[in-house]
Write a protein that binds this ligand. Structure first.
Ligand code: SF4
Ligand code: SF4
Length: 710
């Protein structure tokens, strides 16, 4: 029931919500303290022109001083929370950032006032930099520097992902506004600025220069040929059959040749268009798809060319049976790509917002051609036929082509992974060792003392290395961020900015299906490890945890699901509070900030640890929303990997009484949603001194003990 609720909540939450700027003209005027006259938002790009009065000539027309824009309207880059960071940037007409303000963010580690101030301080480093600067974000403990061409900015402690998001938001948005509005016509500046911005984007935005033939070979441009024979066949049964061919023409010769491309893809658009053409598309591509269709017609080789007619916009597009309304873009220039045949006419078509085109799905593109007929040409009777125009650039082919031409070493997240290759290597070794130990579970747990040593050592590794050193604590915030990103139309690529968490999540997904939630909760969660290590120490000094009555334990285990549903529900019902609800997790205080945090957070983390002293892994079993999410997905886990005997439960209750997590039912059945994979029961199963059926067998001299089929 709770699992079903969890899945329904996920479906509901991932329905699209959009992101948009928060400020209006008056807000911007106030924020810039009345230094500028703010004009109306531009129709071609969401930017406000800023004007300055000339004090020497107060009656003269105010001069354009620059543009103010919210980055969320132009380049909504997602931070750690999965939601975009929003900044107001004021850029002057020479491309210098005169002011940068943090307007809004949902970054979980910076929600309090000191945290927000740290982000503001980081953003303010961009003031007086310009489009000409190559910007590099350093680690938080490295000193920044700047000169006329480059700037190294000091990063944010525990905020690498957030700082990178701010960086990309500013650079990409400024590049877009500069190319749309500033009279910086030099292609070099536009190219440099765009390169600066695109370098930092994910693979879907990267661009490798290609020639016309390469664009065709890679299906970035699709070609359609209509032969004279096809033309004749199409009109054969019409009022206007094509009988007037010039004799020297062969039927197989081309009558019409089309080339089609989806321009919003940088690989196609940046190669086909010059900087000015790309600027048109860049301004619209977030909301509207643009197509290029070129037509090379040989109709003039036929007799009586004037019998053929086309409308100024002769194409129609339909998708899923619905017509897509197209707008012809007024762009007369030829294409800039080397090798492009000069004789063709290019049409640039924009899918209107009211009927959006989904580029990842197939669509039909048709060319409409009219032919006059009748003896009296003045009557203008025409017969219209349509020809299907091919295009390939959608779905898996688009994804593959994108991957092929991605310059991986230029990608921000790849650089981050390379920076942390030693940590990644150590983590991978740790995961291989854990997987080996769990695959050979009987050997790992053959000796209870060895198992205790191995487990203690691994928990120390998890807490010390994965948690405190590499900052790889998975959290329910990863889930809420992913939902927030997907529901606002974004992807999950922002998660790649945190390599340790990405690897751990991949590992968790894999092992969830095989072993269930226990692999992460029992071995890889730093806060879980901290609780368990503290319990071990307490046990050493004679402080033992209590076992709750089974009925009470069952009731309390439901609390974590309620908390999880509360967090997920708040994303939809009260998004402003969802980040605060995730604070029920003490991970940030105990792992990210090493207990150096505001006192209410420290008190809560201490309370969770004290709970673990009273009841074994009390926080994990009763309160943890992440544990609840993993346990909910346990429904997919089908393999009963813990060996059982027929005597388990009836009459033997040894494992049940030894299981600290109370994950074994009186019948002997394992509750895998609550099992932490500690292997204690697997160890008992093999122990001739502890396992009741084995003790009996030893006493009776029997050679076989019945096992329960898995
Ligand atoms: S229940 Fe929560 S705190 Fe406990 S181990 Fe699992 S994820 Fe970590
Ligand atoms: S003792 Fe309990 S928690 Fe440990 S493996 Fe067995 S059932 Fe799971």
């Amino acid at each position: 029931m709770l699992n079903a609720l969890f899945l329904s909540a996920l479906l509901l939450l991932t329905s699209a919500q959009s992101v948009a700027g928060l400020l209006n003209k008056t807000d911007i005027e106030n924020l810039l303290e009345g230094r500028y006259l703010v004009g109306d938002i531009q129709t071609d790009i969401p930017a406000y022109p800023l004007f300055l009065k000339n004090p020497a000539a107060p009656s003269a027309k105010p001069e354009l001083a620059g543009y103010a824009f919210e980055t969320i309207d132009l380049e909504p880059v997602r931070g750690y929370s999965g939601k975009p960071v929003d900044l107001l940037v004021m850029m002057d007409t020479s491309g210098v950032y005169r002011d940068v303000r943090l307007i809004d963010h949902k970054e979980p580690f910076f929600l309090n006032k000191p945290g927000t101030i740290r982000l503001m301080d980081f953003a303010s480093q961009y003031i007086e930099l310009s489009l000409q600067h190559t910007v590099e974000v350093l680690y938080w403990n490295e000193a920044g520097s700047r000169d006329a061409h480059s700037a190294e900015l000091t990063g944010v402690h525990h905020g690498t992902v957030t700082a990178k998001a701010i960086n990309r938001s500013i650079l990409s948005s400024a590049a877009m506004v500069a190319m749309a509005k500033l009279n910086i016509s030099a292609d070099s500046l536009a190219a440099k600025t765009m390169a600066n911005a695109t370098q930092r984007r994910t693979h879907s935005e990267s661009y490798t220069p290609l020639q016309w033939d390469a664009l065709l070979d890679n299906h970035l441009v699709s070609a359609t040929h209509v032969s004279i024979q096809q033309l004749r066949d199409t009109y054969a049964t019409s009022h206007a059959p094509v009988n007037d061919l010039q004799t020297q023409l062969k039927d197989a010769q081309d009558a019409l040749v089309f080339h089609t491309a989806l321009l919003a893809d940088p690989l196609a658009g940046r190669n086909l268009l010059d900087a000015e053409g790309w600027r048109y598309i860049t301004n619209k591509r977030r909301t509207q798809q643009a197509l290029m269709v070129t037509l090379n017609d040989h109709l003039d080789l036929l007799n009586k060319r004037d019998k053929w007619l086309t409308d100024p916009q002769p194409f129609t597009v339909s998708q899923n049976g619905k017509e897509i309304k197209l707008q012809l873009i007024d762009y007369e220039k030829g294409l800039s790509v080397p090798g492009y045949p000069k004789t063709t006419h290019a049409y640039f078509l924009l899918a209107e917002k009211a009927t959006p085109l989904d580029p990842s799905q197939p669509f039909e593109l048709n060319f409409h051609l009219k032919r006059r007929y009748g003896s009296n040409i003045v009557l203008n009777k025409t017969e219209e036929k349509q020809f299907a125009v091919e295009h390939h650039f959608h779905g898996w082919r688009a994804a593959l082509t994108d991957l092929r031409f991605t310059n991986w070493l230029e990608l921000d997240w790849v650089k981050l992974w390379l920076d942390r290759q030693i940590e990644i290597g150590v983590l991978l070794i740790g995961l291989v060792l854990l997987t080996t130990g769990l695959v050979m579970q009987k050997r790992t747990s053959a000796n209870a003392n060895t198992l205790r040593l191995v487990r203690t050592a691994y928990l120390c590794f998890t807490l010390g290395f994965i948690g405190w050193y590499a900052q790889g604590q998975l959290t329910v915030i990863n889930i809420t961020s992913a939902i927030a990103s997907v529901s606002s139309g974004g992807g999950l690529d922002f998660l790649l900015n945190d390599p340790i968490s990405s690897i751990l999540w991949l590992f968790v997904f894999g092992t969830l299906l095989v072993w269930g939630r226990g692999t992460f909760c029992g071995w890889l969660c730093p806060f879980g490890a901290l609780q368990e290590l503290i319990s071990m120490l307490a046990n050493r000094v004679g402080l033992h945890q209590k076992r709750l009555k089974q009925s009470l334990d069952k009731q309390l285990k439901r609390v974590k699901y309620v908390l999880l549903l509360g967090i997920l529900g708040s994303l939809y019902l009260a998004p402003a509070y969802s980040d605060y609800l995730t604070k029920v997790e003490p991970f940030e205080t105990a792992i990210t900030y090493y207990f150096v945090h505001d006192w209410p957070y420290v008190a809560w983390a201490a309370a969770c640890l004290l709970l673990g002293l009273a009841v074994y892994r009390g926080y994990c079993r009763y309160l943890c929303p992440l544990g609840a999410a993993l346990a909910a997905v346990n429904v997919l886990q089908r393999w009963s990997w813990i060996p059982r005997r027929e005597a388990c439960g009836t009459p033997c209750q040894t494992c049940r009484h030894r299981c600290e997590y109370q994950a074994i039912e009186p019948t002997g059945k394992i509750d895998y949603a609550e099992c932490f994979q500690c292997l204690d029961c697997v160890s008992i199963y093999q122990d001739e001194e502890k396992c009741f059926p084995l003790i009996q067998m030893r006493k009776s001299g029997d050679r076989f003990v019945p096992v329960k089929p898995a």
